[in-house]
Design a protein around this ligand. Structure first.
Ligand code: ATP
Ligand code: LTN
Length: 329
């Protein structure tokens, strides 16, 4: 029996190679064997202020990138979070289970709320909506980047607590976190993850960046002291990150890369890395271009996805309401 897989990506900014290597590439592998749902989590994006026009565009762009990356709507269900009302509805029930104390321990909330003038209450309860996304579909496996580990742990705790209080209702999901490349670091600062919300776009290579922009960004990427290309996360964090990117796009092992650049400097390595990334992204960019010529196709896929996901969600909501004591009319 195939397992149920669920994951989500926020439609904020353009996806970068960290999202691709940390998350989306796994999605395309998982869809071959498993029963997958891939979601564009627009309600999560709203936890910080968004321009409505930009949000709508970014939602469709993210869906386009999903498909261009090789997610096949015949194999996986692709949909927008807000198109299935049960996400927000279940989040309420789970907010009544999650505690203030455990949400207060979420490191991502601390990072995202520091130095902000105002912080929405939704940013605080964000992980509960994420738990709702996952639990709604009786998910077995959640493929995510390393930064989501703590949120996944919370989803499991919430599921177990609900089950304990009301009787078996939710499957307790397992995280699936990639080893190499599960955390791609910023090109401008290798001590922080590559991020859509970093201040400068020199931080990241976006999946739709042109070859010239990719070359420029890699040329300007920070390196470490010394001039040798070798893997040492502690003392050579920046170069190790670039080697990881090289390895993931080319399929070459870190050892092979190390041997290839022995005695050569950062310059040669970076030049080749740029070409590896340009070539690695070329098929995806070509498919994205094709998709943008038929916007209705994308909307049809998303509509169909919402119907499929909605049917599963409805079953869970029925059970949840019954268990907690909601009157059925
Ligand atoms: P932001 O940095 O603005 O919070 P994000 O880049 O983390 O956004 P999300 O939409 O929150 O983007 O993440 C989508 C998926 O990509 C998640 O599974 C996340 O773990 C993964 N991911 C995000 N950044 C990285 C990264 N630098 N390396 C590996 N995986 C990542
Ligand atoms: N919080 C995640 C995005 C996300 C997600 C999910 C991932 C929202 N709901 C459910 C997996 C499963 C993030 O910021 N990367």
């Amino acid at each position: 029996m195939s397992r149920r897989v669920f994951s989500g990506v926020q439609p904020t900014g353009t996806l970068h190679i960290g999202n691709y290597l940390g998350a989306i590439q796994q999605f395309t592998e998982l869809q071959q064997e498993e029963d997958c749902l891939f979601c564009i989590v627009d309600l999560h994006a709203l936890t910080v202020p968004q321009d409505p026009v930009v949000l709508r565009e970014a939602t469709l762009k993210t869906a386009g990138i999903y498909l261009a990356s090789g997610i096949d709507p015949k194999k996986a269900t692709v949909f927008i979070q807000s198109s299935v009302g049960a996400h927000a509805e279940l989040a309420w029930f789970l907010n009544c289970i999650a505690t203030f104390g455990e949400l207060n321990r979420m490191t991502q909330f601390k990072e995202k709320s520091t130095n902000q003038e105002t912080v929405s209450s939704a940013l605080f309860t964000y992980p509960v909506l994420m738990a709702a996304d996952i639990l709604l579909y009786q998910t077995d496996v959640v493929p995510v980047g390393d930064d989501q580990k703590q949120h996944l742990e919370l989803s499991r705790d919430i599921a177990q607590r609900f089950n304990h209080r009301y009787g078996e209702t939710f499957k307790v999901p397992e995280p699936k976190i990639l080893g190499v490349g599960s955390r791609i670091m910023g090109l401008d600062d290798a001590s922080k993850k590559m991020s859509k919300s970093a201040d400068t776009d020199l931080n990241r290579i976006e999946l739709l960046d042109s070859p010239d922009v990719i070359r420029k960004k890699i040329k300007r990427a920070v390196t470490d002291s010394g001039r040798d290309v070798y893997y040492d996360e502690e003392n050579k964090a920046a170069v190790s990150n670039l080697m990881t990117i090289y390895s993931r796009f080319s399929g070459d092992s870190l050892d092979t890369i190390q041997e290839r650049y022995a005695g050569k400097g950062y310059g040669d390595f970076k030049k080749d890395l740029a070409e590896v990334v340009v070539e690695g992204l070329r098929p995806l960019q070509g498919r994205y271009e094709e998709l943008s010529r038929e916007p209705q196709y994308l909307l049809d896929i998303l509509k169909e996805g919402a119907e499929k996901a909605g049917a599963i969600a409805e079953q869970t909501m029925k059970d949840v309401k019954e268990k907690v004591g909601i009157v059925r009319l």
